[in-house]
Ligand binder design. Structure first.
Ligand code: ADP
Length: 331
């Protein structure tokens, strides 16, 4: 608060000290709400501009089956996602892989209804996402992303964000499941340690585990993992992978991954290229196919010498395009 507003407060309110404290709290709460709604959910960082159908009912999730029926979508005139058609059975894991810009995030933004499909439909347990309340839709979907943002608050508050009535015991259990309890205990004030901007700085892997604990506690019917184990050392990655395996078990999960080793056990892998499904199958089926997935797998396994020239040409073209786009953005 600046001096002028403090002076005004002093004049109009006798007990300005108390009001100042409340004012501070309100500003703090506002800032937290703003930061959390704007930045926690990587994918969800674009506010939905969609109107809700006045007759919309809450989504009720049973098995958690998700069906994309010939979905096409473009942010403007250009089609970004074309004829995407798949079904995920409740409890299964579907992985989306493919080059940067292929449309993986866009496909999942449509599930969260950040945008509406131009053609086709998306249903969760037979309910079109356009017919249900946005609140119930977002409540049913948990998100663990690569830009694991923590707001300024205690570790406990960061874990309970989105779940208001959790007990300390439940928070601790969620942290244990996320392999986060041990490091949290070693922080200066344990679960009461202030983190986020101005707070104790946590490493990328620690932040990620706090957000995984948040997802464990929220216990959503559907989970989106957005390359959840990037940017951490091998040991931390192992811990995170272990906690994610627990989290995704028996829960419909969508995983976007660049490192294919993290999704090779997925029930179905969709390979997207240019907004379309280029291939689909299990890891073994796709390796047998010897298509884009098999080549990407080869690159990551270090078999660069064995790649067909056509694949290298396409990769070079794509990289050049991305560099060009970045240059244009800078202008
Ligand atoms: P991926 O997740 O596979 O990297 P994205 O779904 O993020 O791909 O992007 C697919 C295409 O959509 C890219 O060409 C990207 O530039 C474009 N795109 C993504 N978000 C927006 C947006 N908010 N407005 C316009 N174009 C977008």
């Amino acid at each position: 608060m600046n001096h002028a507003s403090t002076r005004i407060l002093k004049k109009i309110v006798p007990n300005q000290f108390c009001v100042k404290a409340q004012f501070g709290q309100i500003i703090n709460m506002y800032q937290r709400a703003r930061a959390s709604s704007a930045r926690i959910f990587g994918l969800m960082d674009e506010p939905s501009r969609l109107a809700e159908d006045p007759g919309a009912e809450d989504l009720t999730v049973g098995d958690g089956d998700v069906v994309y029926d010939d979905v096409s979508f473009g942010y403007d005139d250009e089609t970004i996602v074309e004829d995407v058609d798949f079904a995920v059975e409740g409890g299964e894991t579907l992985a989306l892989v493919g080059p940067t810009g292929a449309g993986k995030s866009t496909v999942l933004k449509l599930l969260l209804r950040m945008y509406d499909v131009d053609e086709g439909s998306i249903e969760i347990d037979g309910q079109d996402v356009r017919d249900v309340t946005l609140k119930s839709l977002r409540r049913s979907i948990g998100y663990v992303g690569q830009s694991s943002y923590l707001f300024y608050g205690t570790v406990r508050e960061n874990i309970t964000y989105g779940t208001f009535d959790a007990t300390d015991e439940e928070v601790r259990e969620a942290a244990e499941a996320a392999e986060a309890h041990e490091f949290i205990q070693n922080l200066p004030d344990g679960y009461d340690t202030m983190v986020g901007e101005r707070g104790v700085k946590l490493s990328g892997g620690q932040r990620q585990r706090v957000t995984i604990a948040r997802a464990v506690l929220k216990d959503p019917d559907i989970l989106i993992l957005d390359e959840a184990t990037s940017d951490v050392d091998t040991e931390t990655e192992m811990l995170i992978q272990r906690s994610l395996d627990r989290l995704t078990e028996e829960r419909t999960t969508f995983a976007i991954a660049h490192r294919l080793s993290t999704i090779k056990d997925a029930d179905t892998i969709l390979v997207l290229e240019g907004g379309q499904i280029a291939e689909r199958g299990t890891h073994d089926e796709l390796l047998d196919n010897d298509g884009l997935y098999a080549h990407l797998w080869g690159v990551q396994a270090g078999e660069i010498d064995e790649l067909p020239q056509e694949f290298i040409d396409r990769a070079q073209e794509r990289t050049a395009r991305i560099v060009e786009e970045a240059d244009t953005d800078d202008d």
